[in-house]
Design a protein around this ligand. Structure first.
Ligand code: UDP
Length: 139
Protein backbone atom coordinates (compact mmCIF):
# COMPACT_ATOMS: atom_id res chain seq x y z
CA UNK A 1 0.00 0.00 0.00
CA UNK A 2 1.26 3.49 -0.81
CA UNK A 3 2.50 5.60 2.08
CA UNK A 4 -0.34 8.09 1.57
CA UNK A 5 -2.84 5.71 3.12
CA UNK A 6 -3.95 4.86 6.63
CA UNK A 7 -6.45 2.47 8.17
CA UNK A 8 -9.20 3.37 10.63
CA UNK A 9 -12.05 1.77 12.53
CA UNK A 10 -15.03 3.55 14.01
CA UNK A 11 -15.20 1.48 17.18
CA UNK A 12 -18.32 -0.23 18.67
CA UNK A 13 -18.99 2.60 21.17
CA UNK A 14 -19.26 5.25 18.46
CA UNK A 15 -21.33 2.98 16.19
CA UNK A 16 -23.72 2.20 19.09
CA UNK A 17 -24.06 5.92 19.81
CA UNK A 18 -24.99 6.75 16.20
CA UNK A 19 -21.83 8.70 15.33
CA UNK A 20 -20.89 6.97 12.04
CA UNK A 21 -22.14 9.81 9.86
CA UNK A 22 -20.65 12.60 11.95
CA UNK A 23 -17.25 10.89 12.14
CA UNK A 24 -17.12 10.14 8.39
CA UNK A 25 -18.06 13.77 7.70
CA UNK A 26 -15.23 14.97 9.98
CA UNK A 27 -12.79 12.64 8.19
CA UNK A 28 -13.75 13.64 4.65
CA UNK A 29 -14.02 17.36 5.45
CA UNK A 30 -10.46 17.12 6.84
CA UNK A 31 -9.18 16.13 3.41
CA UNK A 32 -9.15 12.33 3.57
CA UNK A 33 -10.57 10.36 0.66
CA UNK A 34 -12.23 7.01 1.34
CA UNK A 35 -10.43 4.18 -0.50
CA UNK A 36 -12.32 1.33 1.24
CA UNK A 37 -15.31 1.26 3.60
CA UNK A 38 -17.53 -1.31 5.31
CA UNK A 39 -19.65 -2.13 8.35
CA UNK A 40 -18.34 -5.36 9.87
CA UNK A 41 -17.87 -7.10 13.22
CA UNK A 42 -14.71 -8.66 14.60
CA UNK A 43 -14.90 -12.01 16.38
CA UNK A 44 -13.01 -12.42 19.65
CA UNK A 45 -10.29 -14.23 17.68
CA UNK A 46 -10.14 -11.37 15.14
CA UNK A 47 -9.74 -8.78 17.90
CA UNK A 48 -7.05 -10.88 19.64
CA UNK A 49 -5.13 -11.08 16.37
CA UNK A 50 -5.61 -7.42 15.41
CA UNK A 51 -4.39 -6.23 18.84
CA UNK A 52 -1.79 -9.01 19.38
CA UNK A 53 0.89 -6.37 20.05
CA UNK A 54 -1.02 -5.50 23.25
CA UNK A 55 -1.50 -9.11 24.43
CA UNK A 56 0.67 -8.65 27.53
CA UNK A 57 -0.98 -5.37 28.58
CA UNK A 58 -3.40 -5.39 31.53
CA UNK A 59 -6.23 -3.96 29.41
CA UNK A 60 -5.99 -6.62 26.66
CA UNK A 61 -9.01 -8.72 27.76
CA UNK A 62 -11.21 -5.66 28.10
CA UNK A 63 -10.02 -4.32 24.74
CA UNK A 64 -10.79 -7.60 22.94
CA UNK A 65 -14.24 -7.83 24.55
CA UNK A 66 -15.01 -4.21 23.63
CA UNK A 67 -13.81 -4.41 20.05
CA UNK A 68 -15.78 -7.58 19.32
CA UNK A 69 -19.04 -6.63 21.06
CA UNK A 70 -20.73 -5.01 18.08
CA UNK A 71 -20.29 -3.66 14.57
CA UNK A 72 -17.44 -1.39 13.58
CA UNK A 73 -16.84 0.67 10.46
CA UNK A 74 -13.52 -0.25 8.83
CA UNK A 75 -12.02 2.15 6.30
CA UNK A 76 -8.88 2.86 4.32
CA UNK A 77 -8.19 6.58 3.97
CA UNK A 78 -6.04 8.42 1.47
CA UNK A 79 -4.29 11.76 1.92
CA UNK A 80 -0.76 13.09 1.76
CA UNK A 81 0.94 12.24 5.09
CA UNK A 82 -2.12 10.15 5.97
CA UNK A 83 -0.84 8.23 9.02
CA UNK A 84 0.48 11.26 10.93
CA UNK A 85 -2.31 13.61 9.87
CA UNK A 86 -4.97 11.11 10.89
CA UNK A 87 -3.37 10.57 14.31
CA UNK A 88 -3.55 14.35 14.75
CA UNK A 89 -7.20 14.38 13.68
CA UNK A 90 -8.23 11.64 16.15
CA UNK A 91 -6.28 13.04 19.12
CA UNK A 92 -4.72 11.40 22.17
CA UNK A 93 -5.68 7.84 23.21
CA UNK A 94 -7.25 9.21 26.39
CA UNK A 95 -10.04 11.64 25.40
CA UNK A 96 -9.42 13.73 28.51
CA UNK A 97 -5.99 14.52 27.01
CA UNK A 98 -7.21 14.93 23.41
CA UNK A 99 -7.04 18.38 21.82
CA UNK A 100 -10.23 20.35 21.19
CA UNK A 101 -11.85 19.53 17.89
CA UNK A 102 -10.31 16.07 17.60
CA UNK A 103 -12.55 13.06 16.97
CA UNK A 104 -11.76 11.50 20.33
CA UNK A 105 -12.41 14.79 22.15
CA UNK A 106 -15.77 15.02 20.42
CA UNK A 107 -16.93 11.41 20.55
CA UNK A 108 -14.83 9.21 22.89
CA UNK A 109 -16.03 8.13 26.34
CA UNK A 110 -12.87 6.81 27.99
CA UNK A 111 -9.31 5.65 27.32
CA UNK A 112 -10.69 2.24 26.35
CA UNK A 113 -13.89 3.22 24.54
CA UNK A 114 -12.28 5.91 22.48
CA UNK A 115 -14.41 5.99 19.32
CA UNK A 116 -11.77 5.48 16.63
CA UNK A 117 -8.61 3.63 15.70
CA UNK A 118 -5.81 5.08 13.58
CA UNK A 119 -2.75 3.15 12.35
CA UNK A 120 0.54 4.22 13.92
CA UNK A 121 2.83 3.58 10.92
CA UNK A 122 2.71 3.05 7.16
CA UNK A 123 3.68 -0.58 7.69
CA UNK A 124 0.87 -1.21 10.18
CA UNK A 125 -1.61 0.67 7.97
CA UNK A 126 -0.92 -1.81 5.17
CA UNK A 127 -1.15 -4.82 7.50
CA UNK A 128 -4.38 -3.58 9.13
CA UNK A 129 -6.01 -2.72 5.77
CA UNK A 130 -5.21 -6.21 4.47
CA UNK A 131 -6.63 -7.71 7.68
CA UNK A 132 -10.07 -6.22 6.91
CA UNK A 133 -10.23 -5.83 3.13
CA UNK A 134 -9.67 -7.98 0.08
CA UNK A 135 -7.73 -6.33 -2.72
CA UNK A 136 -10.87 -5.89 -4.81
CA UNK A 137 -12.51 -3.91 -1.97
CA UNK A 138 -9.79 -1.23 -1.95
CA UNK A 139 -9.88 1.49 -4.58
N1 UDP B 1 -6.46 1.03 25.55
C1 UDP B 1 -7.08 0.75 26.76
N2 UDP B 1 -6.47 1.14 27.91
C2 UDP B 1 -5.28 1.79 27.94
C3 UDP B 1 -4.65 2.07 26.71
C4 UDP B 1 -5.26 1.68 25.53
O1 UDP B 1 -8.16 0.16 26.78
O2 UDP B 1 -4.78 2.12 29.02
C5 UDP B 1 -7.12 0.63 24.29
C6 UDP B 1 -7.71 1.83 23.54
O3 UDP B 1 -8.93 1.42 22.93
C7 UDP B 1 -6.63 2.12 22.53
C8 UDP B 1 -6.14 0.71 22.17
O4 UDP B 1 -6.17 0.03 23.42
O5 UDP B 1 -7.13 2.85 21.42
C9 UDP B 1 -4.77 0.64 21.58
O6 UDP B 1 -3.87 1.31 22.43
P1 UDP B 1 -2.72 2.26 21.83
O7 UDP B 1 -1.81 2.58 22.97
O8 UDP B 1 -2.15 1.64 20.61
O9 UDP B 1 -3.54 3.61 21.49
P2 UDP B 1 -3.97 4.28 20.12
O10 UDP B 1 -2.86 4.03 19.11
O11 UDP B 1 -5.28 3.65 19.71
O12 UDP B 1 -4.13 5.74 20.43
Amino acid sequence: MATNRTFTMIKPDAVEDGHIGAILEKITSSGFKIAALKLTQMTVADAEEFYAVHSERPFFGELVEFMSRGPIVAAVLEKENAVADFRTLIGATNPSEAADGTIRKLFAKSVGENAVHGSDSDENAAIEAAFHFAGREMF
